[in-house]
Write a protein that binds this ligand. Structure first.
Ligand SMILES: Cc1cc2nc3c(=O)[nH]c(=O)nc-3n(C[C@H](O)[C@H](O)[C@H](O)COP(=O)(O)OP(=O)(O)OC[C@H]3O[C@@H](n4cnc5c(N)ncnc54)[C@H](O)[C@@H]3O)c2cc1C
Length: 353
């Protein structure tokens, strides 16, 4: 991009937002709701790859949303943040620079935004099983019927079922998931399509448990309407089960944190204080960096909707207090202001943008 084009885009987006939130899953949306409700100007940019955008199975452990699909929860949370006044836009942020009071964020398409504070709520990237070397064929089934990704969230749903754990990453990781599921399932087998070697303590655990291990690559999936009937291996073996649990590496999306030189844990999560405060990698313990917070799965914490939303809320309270420290407001003195309850149109008649 030449300099003239860059300047034009910069000028076009010269609003300075109180807070720019990167990531529109439960963490980012819950923060957007809180901040907008408190009268802050909030822009949320999201590339829309979060799990709830495509999860058609019901979630049973999210208070206030029990029995609703991920898609419906995501839609409701977006709508509520918008109703409070947050602006939600599609965009993939690729660059971040600046400091508290004036951050500059740029998207892959070259749009530039400025904000006083930033919340990183970018989640983790998960890997799907490859079918004939491609992940796309699996998307027809991912979280749509009888494929599962999160033992902490979903294990009780597998009560009394015959389950195959598909190990996409390490054999140890697959065995760890299988052990969690054994508390609920009738039978658990392992299908290892990634690494096949158990090591250290996990080797001993597998020797003790003696779980059936199948090794091979998936050539095809026999299924319909989001439900897998069988996975078919390259040697023709048909692996049938009631449900399929995907044990895959979960890689925190920490590229923006790296650009800000934030401290990252050994697992790739953004290291935070319990309120989502972050620090630069070379600064002393609890020397928090001004103006930036992180929330949700990108933090080193259990990956669940209510935990992500809660951490987004905590960070938003901190951001709001920080903004007040920068410049206290007297919103109540503005002529004619009254608190107006956001209108509550029925969710079914609303399409979040
Ligand atoms: C199949 C499946 C089923 C699950 N079931 C349950 C369940 O039953 N109960 C439960 O409690 N939890 C469940 N979870 C876990 C839950 O979905 C996550 O813990 C939760 O979504 C995390 O929220 P988050 O906001 O931190 O991140 P995410 O929801 O992952 O959202 C992050 C968003 O940030 C966006 N993003 C990332 N980088 C950028 C960037 N640079 N620019 C712009 N946007 C960006 C992504 O596209 C994404 O939309 C499940 C997860 C999966 C995968």
């Amino acid at each position: 991009m030449d300099q003239l084009e860059q300047t034009t885009i910069d000028t076009q987006f010269n609003t300075q937002w109180d807070t720019l939130i990167v990531g529109g899953g439960p963490a980012g949306l819950s923060a957007a709701l809180h901040l907008a409700f408190h009268g802050r100007t909030v822009l949320l940019l999201d590339r829309r790859t979060g799990p709830l955008f495509y999860t058609l199975t019901e979630l049973w452990n999210v208070p206030g949303f029990v029995g609703q699909t991920g898609v419906s929860i995501q839609k409701t949370m977006r709508l509520e943040a918008q109703r409070a006044g947050a602006k939600l836009e599609a965009g993939s942020v690729s660059h971040i620079s600046g400091m508290a009071g004036n951050f500059r964020l740029e998207t892959e398409k070259g749009a530039v935004y400025h904000a006083k504070t930033v919340l990183l709520a970018t989640g983790v990237a998960r890997y799907h099983p490859l079918v004939n070397g491609k992940y796309e064929p699996w998307l027809k089934y991912a979280a749509k019927g009888n494929t599962y990704y999160c033992p902490d969230c979903e294990a009780p749903e597998l009560l009394g079922q015959d389950i195959v754990v598909i190990g996409v990453g390490t054999a140890n990781g697959a065995l760890g998931a299988a052990i969690d599921l054994l508390e609920f399932a009738k039978r658990v087998r392992l299908l290892l399509i990634g690494s096949t070697e158990f090591t250290g303590a996990m080797l001993h655990k597998q020797e003790k448990l003696g779980l059936e291990v199948i090794v091979g690559q998936i050539a095809d999936v026999d299924g319909a309407k989001g439900k897998v009937k069988a996975v078919i291996l390259e040697d023709g073996t048909r692996v049938e089960a009631d449900g399929y649990y995907i044990a895959s590496p979960k890689l925190p999306r920490n590229d923006l944190a790296q650009q800000l030189e934030l401290e990252i844990t050994a697992t790739g999560h953004i290291k935070t204080g319990w309120r989502g405060q972050v620090k630069r990698f070379d600064t002393p313990h609890e020397h928090w960096l001004e103006g930036v917070w992180a929330a949700g799965d990108v933090q080193p914490q259990t990956q669940q909707v209510s935990i992500a939303a809660g951490s987004g809320n905590i960070a938003a309270v901190m951001i709001d207090q920080y903004l007040t420290k920068l410049e206290p407001r007297r919103l109540g003195l503005e002529p004619g202001v009254r608190f107006v309850h956001p209108e509550k149109p029925s969710l079914s008649s609303q399409k979040p943008s």
